[in-house]
Structures are given as C-alpha cells and as structure tokens.
Write a protein that binds this ligand. Structure first.
Ligand code: SRM
Ligand code: SF4
Length: 570
C-alpha cells in the first residue's frame, strides 16, 4: 500500500476551496453531466451526479447519454424544519425535481432528479427559506443529528441547541457555495487561516458524522457515528453534561475483511460548556491523523483502531484544553420512534408519523406528499425528521389535532400494526444510487409483507423486531445494527445478518450469504418459531438469536467478520 495521497486529496488541494471548474461545467450545455473531478467536489456542496439506472440499458442501446440528473441533500441540523421551509422544499421538488421528497437516515431531505440547468434555481429557492446544502455530503462534518424523541421536550431543546451549535461551528467557510450557486461575488486571495480555519485546504480525509442522543431513546443510533454526545441529566432533569462517544461507522466492502462496521467507544464525559471545543478537537485530530492515502481506511473508526482510544483521547484533551471525566451511567432502551401522539408543552401535541422508508410521494390511494403539504399549511409550527426516516408534526395546538390526525390517517401515515414494519428501514438504492448492487427501498415493503405472514403464524405480529435493508454494504440504513440486517450482494441477492442489540449497542454477524427472496423467509421462519416458543420474558429477538445459538455475539468491529461459535440451523 502506497502512502501517496489519494486522488481525492489531490482534487481537494487543487480545487481552490471547493470551486474546481464547477461554474464553467454548469454553463456547458452539451452534456447533463459535469467532469469527473467536479463530481467529487460537488458533493461538498451537497449534491451528487446520478443517472436513472432503470433507463441505462435502453439509452445505451439508443446510443444516448445516460439520463443524468442531480440529487440535492439539504442540511437540516437535528432534522427540525419549519413548515414554511417544508413547503419551499415541496415546491422545488414539484418544480425541478421528480415530485417526491426523501427523508433520510440522517434527518435530512433529499431531492432527486434535478437536471443541471435547474440546479441554481433550485438552490436559490432553498436559500430563500434559509436552508442550504453546503457540507450535506463530502469530506466534512455532515448533518448533525439530534434525538427527535417527542416525549422529552425539555431535554430535546437543549440537545438541539448543541446539535445546531456544533453544526454552525463546523460548517465550511469557503465562499464557493455562495459564488457558484447563488451568484455571490467572487472572494479570492484570502489566507487559508481565514478561509477554512478548521478544515484547511484539503478538508477531512473522509466524511464525518456527529449525533446527539437523549436517553432512554437511542433513535439516532449513536454508536454508528464518528462522534456522539449522550445527554446526562441531573436530579432536576436539566443537562449536567455529555458522555462523548467516538469511532463508530457502518461502511464496509464485501470480501474485504479489513473493512468493517464498528460501534463507537465511550471516550469520557464533558461539561456543557466544553462540548463544542471537544467537537472541534476530535475533528482536527482526525484531520491530522486520518488516513489520506486509502479512502477505505480513512474514517475515524480506523484511526482509533490504529492509534488506540487512549492516545486519541489524550490528543483531543490537549487540543481542547479540557480533561474529560469518566463516562457517566446511562441507559438506552430502543432505536425506534415513538409513534402517535405525545404531549408537548402548553397543551400542544406532537404526532409521530410512519413514512415507509422515508419516501414521500403521491401514489394511488396514498397521496402522502399532498397530505403533508396540507398538514404543513394547517400547522404553522415545525416538522421534525427522525433518524428512522419518519416525520413528527410538532407543536400542534389542541384545536388542530383532530384534523391533522384525520389527514394523516387517510393516506396511511399512522403507524402500522405490524411490529416488524414499524421498525423497518431501507436505503434508497435503485434506481438513483450509483453504488447499489440490489434493490432496497422498492423491495423491503414486499419482503416485510411476506415475513409478516410468517410472524403471524408464530403469534409474533405485534412484537417489535428491527429489520433494515441496504442495496450494498455501505450501510446507509445502518443494517449491521438491526436485529435482522439484509445487505445487497447482487441483483435479488442479500447477505443476512443477525444478532444485533435492540438498543443499538451491539453489531450483528453474517448468518447466511447470497439469499434470495423466498430464501430469506425460509431462513428466518424457523428462527421466528424458536423465538416464539423458547424466548425468556422480555427477551429481544437479537439477544435471543445469540442465546439460542443461531449466531455468535459480535463484540466490536474487528470481530465482525469472525464467525466464532457453533451455528444452530433449525
Ligand atoms: Fe449513505 C454513499 C444515501 C446515510 C454510509 N449514501 C451514499 C450515496 C451518496 C451513494 C454514492 O456515494 O454515490 C447514496 C445516495 C443514494 C441516493 O440515490 O439517494 C447514499 N446515505 C444515503 C441515505 C439517503 C440513505 C437513506 O436511505 O436515507 C442517507 C443520507 C444521509 C444524510 O442525509 O446525510 C445515508 N450513509 C448513510 C449512513 C447512515 C448514517 O449516516 O447514519 C451511513 C452509515 C454510517 C457511516 O457513515 O458509517 C452511510 N453512504 C455510506 C457510505 C459508506 C461510508 C464508509 O465509511 O464506508 C457510502 C459510500 C462512500 O462514502 O464511499 C455512502
Ligand atoms: Fe446506495 Fe449502498 Fe447507500 Fe444503499 S447502502 S443508498 S445502495 S450506497
């Protein structure tokens, strides 16, 4: 392995703080695409060049260029968006996009299908409601997540404040976004220390993800992220400080065992006043210590594996000028959302809706896009996007609650009864994701219907079991933290993972390889049967699969690929 900087490092270095030739490429009318180096840079501006993979072979046959368009990912710290902002995104999706909005596993909205010539108009409209897409993707800190748990209103407010403060502090400072997309004046020739005081010219070695969790809910899946904060409350219920976690991540590559998912380590406890300084220090240590030659080994999780947690903590403490205390006790109970109404403050209510795999569109009998448009008009408050791709209509006054509920119910946005579907999540995959090896979002709903039949036969329909699917091993729906994880291997084929913890604290392990549709149901059916008859009181499905001998326990990342222990087959 060479220590030469990777190609992406050279692109960043030469980009003049993320400008590259994007402005020129936008003016180029002979193609709907942009040049290769700019395809990497545009990610830092929150966009991906994609093509409709359903149309690829037809267009190749007709000797046409691929059906190129862009995906724009908006930056929404904590997933909290005003209904006015929602309506603006709704409008740009209908005007420039593909008439859908996609809630993501990082509490943001993605708009797909925007052609090159409409990018600037789209981003200008988004800017008018004080939203943007800078750093929603790329080698920088991404959208900062915050537990959406509607039952914890007071703590949620403090957690959201921290998420927003960290997000603001770590937003890239380059004027490139404003110049290119919003026709801002070109500001050139400033010193690096002024342009990007935290990131410098080459930004981070890889993407970086931060979350804030409010126990007992682990709805943000804190252990899947580079950096996390767990709210620790005092006797009065206010936040006394934060446990800090580092080194989580999901991505891996099939057949490459030195790539693996990893759950974050607890690094210590910090006072509220030090939380942002700790974030900056963690980011700059990773900036300087992270691997810049091999992008498959460039996430913080590998830096921590390579250098050790103690050395990493010492360097963070030195840079932040803060001595971390020992982590405080906390308990997480689940990673799921709490559907239905929750009581807010001042008589207002929060309604958590079920949005299957985060896809909001109007299909026959289920005009969910239109319904949410109506709800956003009625409720002049906020929407909160959850890390499970769902939506909370927040702060609904008493006199509007019945109407909001009626509209949501009519289009199937209230939570389904099946415990599996309530806890299901799938990544986007085909047709837009260029990395997908198999279907995910378009397939999981049908698979859940088949699995529900099997669960019903064993009397398990109402049991909460977490299932997640991705179209490739990158892990965008965090499948290795699901009690049932399905990861695309090739068209119609999936690897089946079992044994993760319901509270999101333990990874799963590979149970069966290359399984197809009916094979998934027949692999799981005997395990459901055994769970129904042998489980102990309150025992979760993931824990049961380990105790009953179906799968070995994974202790952490490096252990993920080791298949230790006997496997019970029926
Ligand atoms: Fe992701 C790449 C979609 C959350 C790990 N992810 C992609 C791309 C951009 C494909 C690409 O690079 O060309 C996908 C675009 C699909 C499309 O057509 O829209 C994509 N990721 C998504 C979303 C939309 C999935 C979803 O269904 O909601 C999520 C958007 C999050 C956001 O709003 O910011 C999304 N991605 C995640 C998560 C989960 C999370 O962040 O909590 C992970 C695992 C956690 C982690 O980062 O370790 C994740 N995405 C990846 C990876 C693997 C990274 C790695 O360390 O190996 C890639 C590929 C890469 O970076 O090379 C990737
Ligand atoms: Fe695409 Fe793979 Fe992410 Fe799914 S997990 S959205 S297939 S990159």
């Amino acid at each position: 392995m060479t220590d030469e900087p990777s190609r992406n490092e050279r692109i960043k270095e030469a980009s003049d703080y993320l400008r590259g030739t994007l402005a020129e490429g936008l003016r180029e009318e002979v193609t709907g695409a942009i040049v290769e180096d700019d395809q990497q840079l545009v990610k830092f501006h929150g966009m991906y060049l994609q093509d409709d993979r359903d149309l690829r072979s037809e267009r190749t046959r007709k000797k046409m260029e691929k059906a190129f368009s862009f995906m724009i990912r908006v930056r929404i710290p904590g997933g909290v968006i005003t209904t006015a902002q929602w309506l603006a995104l709704d409008h740009v999706s209908r005007t420039y996009g593909n008439n859908t909005m996609r809630l993501t596993t990082r509490q943001t909205v993605q708009l797909h299908g925007i052609i090159k010539s409409n990018l600037k108009s789209t981003l200008k409209e988004i800017d008018q409601v004080l939203l943007g897409s800078i750093a929603a993707c790329g080698d920088v800190n991404r959208n900062v997540m915050c537990g959406a748990n509607p039952d914890e209103s007071a703590a949620h407010a403090e957690a959201l404040e921290l998420a927003r403060a960290i997000s603001d502090h770590l937003t890239p400072q380059t004027p490139a976004y404003r110049e290119i997309w919003l026709d801002g004046e070109k500001i050139a020739g400033r010193e690096e220390a002024v342009v990007e005081p935290i990131y410098g010219k080459t930004y981070l070695p890889r993407k970086f993800k931060i979350v804030v969790a409010v126990p007992p809910s682990n709805d943000v899946d804190i252990f899947a992220h580079d950096l996390g904060y767990i709210a620790i409350r005092d006797a009065a219920g206010t936040i006394a400080g934060w446990n800090v976690t580092v080194g989580g991540g999901m991505g891996m590559t099939h057949g490459e065992p030195d790539t693996y998912p990893r759950t974050a380590d607890l690094m210590g406890f910090c006072a509220p006043k030090d939380a942002v300084a700790i974030a900056e220090a963690v980011v700059t240590v990773q900036r300087d210590w992270g691997n810049r030659s091999n992008r498959k080994h460039a996430r913080l999780k590998y830096t921590i594996e390579d250098r050790g947690l103690d050395a990493f903590r010492a360097e963070v403490e030195r840079r932040a000028g803060v001595k971390l205390e020992a982590a405080k006790p906390f308990t997480f109970t689940s990673t799921g959302d709490r559907y239905g109404w929750s009581q807010g403050t001042e008589g207002r209510g929060h309604l958590t809706l079920f949005v299957e795999n985060g896809r909001i569109h109007d299909v026959a009998g289920k005009a969910q896009f239109a319904a949410l448009h109506k709800i956003a008009q009625i409720n002049e408050g906020e929407f909160r996007i959850t890390a499970n791709q769902n939506l909370i209509v927040a702060d609904v006054p008493t006199d509007k609650q019945a109407e909001v509920e009626r509209i949501a119910r009519e289009v199937g946005l209230l939570a389904p009864w099946s415990g599996l579907r309530r806890n299901a999540m799938a990544c986007v995959a085909l047709p837009t994701c260029g990395l997908a090896l198999a279907e995910s979002e378009r397939y999981l709903p049908d698979l859940v219907t088949s699995l529900d039949k099997s669960l019903a036969a064993h009397g398990l329909s109402a049991d909460d079991i977490v299932i997640r699917m991705t179209g490739c091993p990158n892990g965008c729906a965090r499948p290795y933290l699901a009690e049932i994880g399905l990861v695309g291997k090739g068209p119609g084929r999936y690897n089946l993972y079992l044994g993760a913890a319901y509270d999101g604290s333990r990874l799963s392990k590979l149970y069966a390889e290359d399984v197809e549709d009916a094979g998934i149901v027949s692999a799981l059916d005997p395990i459901f049967a055994a769970y129904a008859s042998e489980r102990e009181k309150g025992e979760r499905f993931g824990d049961f699969t380990i105790r009953a001998g179906f799968i070995a326990r994974t202790s952490n990342g490096a252990d993920f690929h080791k298949n230790t222990g006997a496997k019970r087959t029926t």
